[in-house]
Design a protein around this ligand. Structure first.
Ligand code: UTP
Length: 297
């Protein structure tokens, strides 16, 4: 039997404090990279990986997210009458089939692990993906599709992994590596935000996961960890301790940390330059700006 993943959980209940004051009234996931909100990139990546059911873990103040995936009949009528087919086409990607999308509330921001646990009943007894929309990944083959392929071969739990500078390790979940096999690394441990100098490797976990239902059981049991939050990393580490398989997958692509201001700006430049309709004009502007800076030095 070929192993499949058809459900994805999108934890979007965080406070997004690094983007205050904007995130006082705008969910972080609605902030736009060029002309699409972060959540659209995440949904497109999930669809490309064969995901059919989309589960959002939301919180107060996130209604803009729910509206984003709704039909907009007035807007669509205006565009149709004006013959703006390309804009109608752009809107299509935002529509979800009835029944394909579910929202569940996390009533208090108790951490990523707790947010994932909130989706327990909707996920049921099958493997599921988790996508953090603030990690945006530019890749020829979308990252989750790469991971679903790897999962079909290996089963178990797979987390997206990448090397980080040793000085950065304390900002991530870090894998303790048992063995490497091409892009897959088998983990013998995993630690969230290790104190400086104590990281077991420089292979960090970023916001894409394929997880087994046992991770939900582990989440039911674990206590708050780093930062006083229920950590997904701790539930995955518990799975390793129970003898479960956990692999890091070194994806092919470039990851942008759009949860941070600098990362968001970098992504904006990279995605802007990559756009056929904007790249040339944007490049000219950047070149002009660099020339002016150099002249001023
Ligand atoms: P972050 O660590 O980026 O936290 O969460 P945050 O609240 O979004 O942003 P800052 O740090 O205050 O600026 C990583 C992911 O986990 C989700 C977030 O929505 C984000 O997708 N999350 C985090 C939850 O859904 N619930 C939580 O309690 C915490």
């Amino acid at each position: 039997m070929k192993r499949k993943v058809s459900k994805a959980v999108f934890p979007v209940a965080g406070l997004g404090t690094r983007f205050l004051p904007a995130t006082k009234s705008i969910p972080k996931e609605i902030m736009t990279l060029v002309d699409r909100p972060l959540i659209q990139y995440a949904i497109d990546e999930a669809r490309a990986a064969g995901i059919r059911e989309f589960i959002f873990v939301t919180s107060r103040g996130k209604s803009a997210l729910e509206d984003y995936f709704d039909h907009a009949p007035e807007l669509e009528n205006v565009l149709r009458k004006a013959g703006k087919d390309h804009l109608l086409e752009a809107l299509k990607a935002t529509n979800m089939e009835s029944g394909a999308i579910a929202y569940i509330r996390q009533h208090r921001p108790m951490g990523l692990g707790h947010a994932v646990w909130c989706a327990k009943r909707l996920v049921g007894n099958e493997a599921f993906a988790v996508i953090l929309p603030d990690d945006v990944i530019a890749a020829e083959k979308p990252c989750l599709a790469q991971m679903v392929e790897a999962y079909a071969e290996t089963g178990g739990n797979i987390v997206a992994a990448m090397e980080v500078a040793p000085s950065q390790a304390s900002s991530y979940g870090i894998l303790d590596i048992a063995e490497e096999n091409g892009p897959l690394v088998r983990a013998k441990g995993m630690v969230e935000k290790p104190a400086a100098g104590t990281a077991p490797s420089n292979v960090a976990v970023i916001g894409r996961y394929i997880l087994t239902p046992r991770i939900m059981q582990n989440l039911s049991r674990i206590k708050p960890g780093a930062g006083g939050e229920i950590q997904l990393t701790d539930a995955i580490a518990a799975e390793i301790a129970r003898g479960g398989n956990v692999f890091g997958y070194r994806f092919r692509g470039q990851r942008f940390d759009c949860g941070s201001k600098a990362g968001f700006l970098k992504a904006t430049v990279a995605f802007g330059l990559a756009r056929e309709d904007l790249g040339a004009e944007f490049w000219d502007y950047l070149a002009e700006m660099f020339a002016m800076r150099r002249a001023a030095q």
